[in-house]
Design a protein around this ligand. Structure first.
Ligand code: NAD
Length: 361
């Protein structure tokens, strides 16, 4: 297969971790007989330095012309970086929001996996960590409360703030379909999370999700209220396969789920639209505190590249080869500093990438 991949190295540790993911992609392509061409794109602080803005029209067009985009992280230290003396619409993060909007990325996927090798980093009780977990949080990304009308005005002598939460059937249906499609590639269970005992938008969510579920008889659907889901994530995370939810609930639950894995440097993510296109990036930020030191953990970016092979190119076997290589390196006791524990062997960013490559055969 021929793959055209846009690459946004970004800021801080971005270039270091992306280089390792590209190395692993190249190795995978070599072993499985694919060819990859990369187009380097500037976004975030790196684009401000060159173009004066965090995202140019040309970059957006080039991203649209790619089959998928692999990204590091963008942004800098808000206290010291000159990027944060610009008005908010010109700062690095504005570029990311414009890119997501411009590419119509409405579905955000964040896996939360507890590797048995890293279970000591899990803050949950030992018997829960022992069972492990492997879930995918599917969050609606372009609707709901964060995109509704808002106002703050004085009414009857006091200030009143309003935020509107709106979902249409169409918005719910397209994310639900993505969620069920992904469940078909996993353990075939969807937990749809809402607040249907209170909110109209959640009652519509539940109705549409049930309609979509009827098209996927092989997938088990359960509904869960968001407050219960927040509890279940720490009580029994092993019960979850795909969690399907709206924007704000997903924002909160995905952070909770990532915390229970114990390591931000391990967490991949993908944002998808209604084509095969996706933007793949680690869940963490640009970590300016460790940038340039060669110690950042590249695994989240490498696993994001594996997600890209799976979701944008349907190369499930190749994606599994990368995931298995990551597990093998951890099993052999190699760790970057963020996941280091007693008795393990500490290595840097490049060596982690090299070692993962050696397991892709
Ligand atoms: P951060 O995730 O960059 O860092 C938090 C902590 O985690 C730091 O101690 C950092 O060293 C560590 N860390 C993060 N990724 C790591 C990795 N791969 N290996 C080892 N350690 C890692 O969060 P922050 O400090 O709040 O944000 C820094 C910058 O990143 C800000 O400018 C923020 O806006 C930006 N940011 C960007 C994205 C994105 O590009 N999608 C996401 C979140 C934050």
């Amino acid at each position: 297969m021929e793959m055209k991949i846009g690459v946004i190295k970004g800021d801080g540790i971005g270039p270091e971790i992306v280089d390792e993911a590209v190395k692993v992609l190249d190795r995978t392509a070599e072993v499985y007989g694919h060819s990859i061409s990369y187009t380097q794109l500037l976004m975030g602080g790196a684009s401000i330095d060159v173009n004066g803005v965090p995202l140019t029209e040309e970059t957006l067009t080039a991203a649209k012309n790619s089959d998928a985009v692999l990204m590091g992280s963008i942004g800098g230290d808000a206290k010291t970086s000159p990027w944060y003396r610009l008005e908010p619409s010109k700062r690095p993060e504005a570029g990311l929001l414009q890119l997501r909007k411009g590419l119509n990325l409405f579905a955000n996927l964040r896996p939360a996996v507890l590797y048995q090798e890293l279970k000591d980093a899990c803050p949950l009780r030992e018997e829960i960590a022992e069972r492990g977990f492997d879930m995918m949080i599917m969050r609606e990304l372009t609707g709901g409360l964060y995109f509704g009308k808002r106002s703050t005005k004085e009414e009857n002598g006091q200030i009143v703030a309003r935020d509107e939460l709106t979902y249409s059937e169409g918005e719910i249906r397209r994310i639900a379909k993505r969620g069920f499609d992904i469940a078909m590639k996993r353990r075939r269970k969807v937990t749809s999370v809402d607040k249907a005992n209170v909110l109209d938008s959640s009652r519509l969510w539940r109705k549409v999700v049930e309609e979509v579920a009827a098209e996927y008889p092989g997938v088990t659907l359960e509904h869960m209220l968001v407050d219960n889901c927040a509890m279940q994530l720490v009580k029994d995370p092993a019960q979850f396969d795909v969690i399907l939810t709206e924007n704000m609930f997903g924002d909160i639950l995905s952070d909770e789920a990532s915390m229970v894995t114990g390591s931000i440097g391990m967490l991949a993510s993908a944002s998808l639209n209604d084509t095969k296109f996706g933007l793949y990036e680690p869940s963490g930020g640009s970590a300016p505190d460790i940038a340039g030191k060669g110690i950042a953990n590249p695994i989240a970016t490498i696993l994001s590249a594996a997600m890209m092979l799976k979701f944008s190119f349907d190369l499930d076997q190749e994606a599994a080869a990368i995931e298995n290589a990551v597990s093998a390196v951890l099993r052999d006791g190699y760790r970057t500093i963020d996941i280091m524990s007693e008795g393990m062997k500490q290595i840097g960013t490049r060596e982690m990438g090299d070692r993962i490559c050696t397991y892709i055969k």
